[in-house]
Design a binder for this molecule. Structure first.
Ligand code: GUN
Length: 289
């Protein structure tokens, strides 16, 4: 059996097109565009690429993009002062502070300073708490994107066994909450899990978010399982000096066993920005009433 490939890139393009279609309704009702402020501190090359793509996608969706680039010498107080200005700015509906932050800046303190109503990353404790108790919340973009792909593929998820490999605040924990809300039986596995292959083998849904290249192998999977690979790992390629991107799942062996699988790249990655735009539009409507 060869698994169906879940085309996250195509799904994300569709979602972005639907958002772009919905933006003019907001603009005519409110007399302004929804606005997303993205803050980048320092020179991390990967972060620079992400921030540039977020800005471009925001403008392409018909929204306003406010980019704030600060030197890596920026202090926590200066960064929080900027966040507070953005909180007070009526034209800003969403605030995203790109992580990781430079050493010496406490990301928890910075996230806590963001107005929860503008927290389009869904990282603020108020939003994490609302998600945990099943109240309407701004939900982290990557896990929400994974859930959209799963529902598109499987429809009703009720009663399915799901394993989330990884327990980060950004992906693993919110992913588990979302799957629980969909009535899945959820296992959260991590580096200390005793029998990881056993946990994976029971699952109809596998979400891999550990950040370890090709760790989850095809022979761990239940035949027909739906596999969502959140990992983006750069490893040396066969040709000297070159690198290639791989997920947390060993794609070649997994595609022989899984029913469906997201590729890396082109699976979950493009969903994150599309959901960020969705969260910005949701926040804009909620703020504007
Ligand atoms: N760095 C890597 N992924 C993310 C994300 O989703 N949001 C933010 N703010 N920073 C990130």
């Amino acid at each position: 059996m060869s698994a169906d490939i879940i085309d996250g890139k195509a799904f994300a393009e569709g979602l972005r097109a639907r958002i772009a279609e919905a933006v003019p309704t907001f603009v005519s009702a409110k007399g302004r565009k929804p606005g997303l402020a993205v803050v980048l501190v320092g020179e991390d090359p990967a972060s620079q690429v992400y921030v540039r793509s977020k800005g471009k996608a925001t403008v392409a969706a018909g929204m306003e993009s406010f980019e704030h680039k600060l030197p890596d010498t920026t202090t926590q107080e200066e960064l929080i002062a900027l966040v507070e200005r953005l909180n007070a700015d009526e034209c800003v509906d969403g605030i995203l502070v790109q992580l990781p932050l430079p050493k010496g800046v406490d990301d928890k303190a910075v996230i806590a300073a963001i107005d929860p109503a503008k927290d389009v990353d869904g990282f603020h404790i108020a939003n994490a708490g609302k998600l945990a108790v099943g109240e309407e919340a701004l939900v982290p973009c990557t896990p929400l994107g994974c859930l959209m792909l799963l529902k598109d593929r499987l429809g009703d998820l009720s009663g399915l066994d799901a394993v989330v490999v990884g327990r980060s605040n950004i992906v693993g924990k919110p992913m588990a909450q979302l799957l629980l809300q969909e009535n899945c039986t959820v296992t959260v596995a991590h580096s200390r899990t005793r029998d990881l292959p056993g946990a994976v083998r029971r699952a109809d849904i596998v979400v891999a978010a550990v950040g370890r290249p090709e760790m989850i192998r095809g022979d761990w999977l239940k035949p027909g399982a739906t596999v969502i690979d959140v990992g983006i790992n750069r490893i040396p390629a066969k040709e000297a000096g070159k690198t290639r991107l791989v997920g947390d799942v060993e794609f070649a062996s997994a595609r022989d066993v899984a029913g469906a699988i997201t590729p890396v790249p082109g699976g979950v990655g493009p969903m994150t920005i599309a959901v960020l735009l969705r969260n910005t539009l949701v926040a804009a409507h909620a703020r504007a009433g």
